[in-house]
Design a protein around this ligand. Structure first.
Ligand SMILES: C[S@@+](CC[C@H](N)C(=O)[O-])C[C@H]1O[C@@H](n2cnc3c(N)ncnc32)[C@H](O)[C@@H]1O
Length: 357
């Protein structure tokens, strides 16, 4: 396999988690960690197996950031002119991507205020790429999705540099095949994968999601931790149906129950994973509607001594409730998903004191 400079993109706040996954999988050497990206020199396949990345790209070309003025967008056409398209097509195939570069689609993003729009950048770059390749360009100014088989390009401007990237896979990595059904508030799969990694699930562990929605956390856990016993509950029948459908064929059991009174015995769970229904997208129902404290009491009850809970919370205002139950927050990570700030929190349940029966 030919070594290549790769750029993995992720949710803001997960950069260290993604870097750790790249190293754990022995995919190569990290060369830079920046805003929503980790750059690495890949010496081994398959980068496409990364779970905490939104997507993985080949570095196609880079230069200085073009600044805020209107001419900046047009100047980015130079990046498209500089890319070695034949070498990129070869590397993309070597790294597990499809053959050939048929059709071009570009998505641009930038930090800071500019006097041009993302569409100006996309069109400037996309037209040059398509012209050089002799294929069609699909502009995102219209609403429609690009025809199948279009190669996905990305332009980022971070204040220092302008970077042109080529997606390796045909579809973004964060779009999981299993997610056939969704529910309001369903987790972004790479974020769920990061929560599973943070929980340190071991083979044979019992893992419980008391508000499992479409089952994202348990399905990601099934992929990362073979041998774990995975159980999900939700108050909404629609969520239970969605989770069962998404998890079909996986060792995940899903049932209907109130997270304020789970049908399991005390201390059964080595790990609890959840994004509970706080924060607006989904209102708490059942026993949780009256009291969020009830949720924490139940997490404490079902956790085994020394067990770990990893939860995604819209704020840290809940933590006193957790502390009151004897749960200790041991790690806090701020993340930004779809423009909203949330907190990943790892908590541990107390171990019995030495000599206690
Ligand atoms: C933010 S969503 C969870 C999304 C899920 N992690 C996923 O990836 O699809 C919160 C879930 O809590 C459920 N819920 C609300 N009140 C509940 C209760 N008292 N007991 C159990 N589930 C409840 C909702 O039906 C919703 O599916």
């Amino acid at each position: 396999m030919t070594a290549a400079s790769l750029v993995a993109r992720c949710v803001h706040g997960l950069e260290p988690t993604l870097a750790a996954e790249i190293l754990r999988r022995g995919l190569g050497v990290i060369t830079h960690i920046g805003h929503r990206e980790v750059r690495f020199r890949a010496s081994r396949l398959p980068a496409l197996g990364l779970r905490t990345a939104d997507d993985v790209f080949l570095l196609a070309a880079q230069g200085p950031d073009v600044g805020a003025s209107r001419q900046g967008a047009a100047a980015l056409a130079g990046l498209a002119g500089a890319a070695d398209l034949a070498a990129l097509a070869r590397l993309r195939r070597d790294h597990g991507g499809p053959r050939g570069l048929t059709g071009v689609e570009v998505s641009a993003s930038f930090l800071g205020r500019r006097t041009f729009t993302r569409y100006d950048v996309e069109d400037a770059v996309g037209r040059v790429l398509a012209g050089r390749l002799g294929v069609g360009y699909h502009s995102r100014r219209g609403a429609g999705a690009p025809p199948p088989g279009h190669s996905g390009w990305r332009v980022t401007l971070d204040g220092e540099r302008a970077t042109l990237l080529l997606r390796i896979a045909e579809r973004p990595l964060h779009r999981r095949e299993y997610k056939r059904q969704s529910v309001p508030g369903s987790l972004h799969p790479p974020l769920a994968a990061a929560m599973v990694a943070m929980a340190g699930v071991e083979p044979g562990d019992t893992v419980l999601d008391p508000c499992c929605g479409a089952g994202t956390l348990l399905i990601e856990a099934a992929g990362q931790c073979p041998g774990a016993r995975l159980y999900g509950f939700d108050l909404a029948g629609r969520a239970v149906t969605a989770a069962r459908e998404n998890a079909a064929g996986l060792p995940v059991a899903v049932g209907r129950a109130d997270a304020g009174r789970l049908p399991v015995r005390d201390g059964v769970a080595h790990r609890v994973l959840a994004n509970p229904p706080w924060g607006g997208q989904v209102p708490p129902g059942g026993l949780l509607a009256a009291s969020p404290a009830r949720w924490w009491a139940e997490v404490r009850r079902v956790l085994a001594p020394g067990g770990t809970a990893v939860v995604l919370l819209p704020g840290v205002g809940d933590l006193p409730l957790a502390l009151r139950q004897g749960l200790t927050p041991v790690h806090l990570q701020r993340v930004r998903v779809a423009g909203a700030e949330s907190f990943l929190v790892r908590l541990t349940a107390p171990r019995p004191a030495r000599g206690a029966r």
